[in-house]
Ligand binder design. Structure first.
Ligand SMILES: Cc1cc2nc3c(=O)[nH]c(=O)nc-3n(C[C@H](O)[C@H](O)[C@H](O)COP(=O)(O)OP(=O)(O)OC[C@H]3O[C@@H](n4cnc5c(N)ncnc54)[C@H](O)[C@@H]3O)c2cc1C
Length: 495
């Protein structure tokens, strides 16, 4: 069945592109029949769907080069795709475009315990790196909740984060080198195996570029020693304001926990029957604060964090007594998104970042927005990073509810900008937040992004129409950023 607003596949163009690809790739690497391409119609943002014209599944860098050169010659857009777990529509196909899936490009090429690095192909799953490094007592620190499925190529493109990124950094802090292919089929290496690399530092530009600058074909990641011990505190609060303030207090006390996460009552009630994590379902907010390191360090930090949490008004505190209990405490937080599916037919996961001291204010404002939009919202946060994940609950079968959920989401992102934060935390802009980019950035800033895109991809063929809106689009949406009371380009039509 076609998704609403899905564009028809241009069949003649499909034949032309498939014929050209067949001259370069083995037959089994090319999919174009609907029953084969339908599984690629969306990523984790399933409200938006489009059948791709062609899907290609390269297994080598040489094949990636041929695909890109062919698409460049034919002027066919390309959408790179990892596991398709992205939540902002970054891997959503284009009706006359080619999806380049890395599903079969998934070998770990080197595991070096001496330099504590691993060299992997882009389709390797995040968790598979840690599993392979475990025999050396090492692991890959960034741990998105989707780590069982998402790929390192997708992580690089989204600069993904996770529970442990507060202490260990995001993807950008844990990737040393990326090898990628440009739209012209040239191979470029960014970064290197040493702490600093010669030349312009384009690695940081590339990480988080959402598949718009090149296709990742190899990644060197840093590995870190597995901590001897990890323990987590579960603290209950009878007031979200106290919970939000406690987060700021922990950091202000000079502690960098290995993880500092917050869930509101809607979230803990949603998740508890699902995983039985032992959450206090009467608490207005629950904080999970982890410490890891050598046992002495952990004991000291757990005791300091407990003191701060108590003085911030925690009504109950439980500390994990063994690894099984630690994993149980975390299981609720890690399963919050799937648990939303138990209480609502659909949910819309937002992703914004705010200064930590604004947590309480933003939570209260979201409660008010629930009334305005007539929808419920469950809040789970990477609180230590100020990274919000409000889950807006709706039913797509009820006319108007999806539009209300979208408007609710846009209001949350505008609030994030208003309090000094950003419209993305870790899920990227994709197609989902492209309108909100106009709230965050002024036209000349968007121009600078476009200039970087042009420098890598003159023809705008790599993942076009994602992440960077055109000026016209900002004007169409009526979302131009206002600076100092003055709207830039005030002469442009706003509707
Ligand atoms: C249940 C759930 C929990 C999640 N939790 C987190 C979380 O805690 N933290 C977090 O950061 N994210 C989270 N995510 C979002 C998502 O998992 C991440 O964004 C992840 O990095 C996407 O990886 P992927 O392989 O699925 O990429 P895809 O979704 O396939 O693609 C994502 C983007 O990367 C580009 N891309 C993919 N491969 C390549 C490549 N080889 N070269 C160039 N570009 C490429 C695509 O074009 C697209 O723009 C979650 C998602 C789900 C469904």
């Amino acid at each position: 069945m076609n998704a609403p607003n899905e564009k028809a596949i241009p069949l003649e163009r499909q034949r032309e592109v498939v014929a050209a690809l067949r001259r370069k790739l083995p037959e089994h690497c090319i999919l174009f029949n609907e029953e084969d391409t339908r599984p690629y119609e969306c990523d984790g943002l399933s409200a938006y769907r489009q059948l791709p014209m062609v899907v290609v599944l390269p297994q080598t860098e040489a094949e990636v080069i041929e695909i890109l050169k062919t698409c460049r010659e034919l002027n066919a857009p390309i959408v790179p795709r990892g596991a398709g777990t992205g939540l902002s529509g970054g891997a959503m196909p284009i009706a006359d475009g080619v999806v380049l899936s890395t599903a079969r490009f998934n070998r770990i090429l080197k595991m070096d315990p001496y330099s504590r690095t691993a060299v992997v192909q882009p389709g390797v799953r995040n968790l598979a790196i840690s599993d392979a490094a475990a025999k050396h007592g090492l692991y890959y620190a960034p741990d998105p909740s989707s780590q069982i499925a998402c790929t390192i190529g997708g992580n690089v493109a989204e600069n993904s984060g996770g529970v442990h990124c507060l202490k260990y950094g995001l993807t950008v802090h844990n990737v040393m080198r990326v090898r990628m292919v440009t739209i012209d089929g040239d191979v470029v290496e960014l970064g290197g195996e040493a702490l600093d690399a010669p030349g312009l530092d384009l690695l940081a530009v590339f990480i988080g570029s959402e598949g718009m600058l090149g296709v990742v074909t190899e990644v060197t990641v840093k590995l870190v020693p597995k901590p001897q011990l990890a323990r987590v505190i579960m603290a209950s609060f009878d007031d979200v304001v106290k919970g939000g303030d406690a987060v700021a207090e922990v950091i202000a006390a000079g502690i960098i926990p290995a993880g500092l996460e917050m869930m509101d009552k809607t979230s803990s009630r949603m998740v508890e029957p699902f995983v039985k994590a032992g959450y206090d379902t009467n608490a207005e907010a629950i904080l999970l604060c982890e410490s890891d390191g050598i046992p002495e360090e952990v004991e000291e930090e757990i005791s300091r964090m407990s003191e701060v949490l108590k003085s911030s008004g925690a009504t109950a505190i439980a500390v994990s007594q063994n690894e099984a209990e630690r994993l149980r405490f975390w299981s609720g937080r890690k399963n919050a998104f799937p648990a939303a599916g138990r209480i609502s037919p659909d949910y819309y996961c937002m992703d914004g970042t705010i200064p930590r001291k604004q947590l309480a204010h933003v939570l209260i404002s979201i409660t008010e927005m629930e009334k305005k939009h007539g929808l419920r919202c469950a809040n789970v946060f990477h609180a230590g990073d100020g990274n919000l994940h409000p889950l807006i609950l709706f039913d797509a079968n009820t006319p108007g509810e999806f539009e209300r959920a979208e408007a609710f989401g846009a209001d949350i992102l505008e609030l994030c900008v208003e309090v000094g934060g950003t419209i993305t935390g870790e899920h990227g802009v994709g197609i989902e937040k492209i309108g909100s980019m106009c709230v965050q950035f002024a036209p000349h800033e968007l121009d600078a992004f476009r200039a970087v895109k042009r420098a890598f991809d003159t023809a705008f063929l790599l993942n076009p129409d994602k992440a960077i809106p055109t000026l016209n689009r900002c004007a169409e949406n009526g979302k131009m950023r206002v600076t100092g009371g003055q709207m830039k380009f005030a002469n442009l039509p706003r509707f």
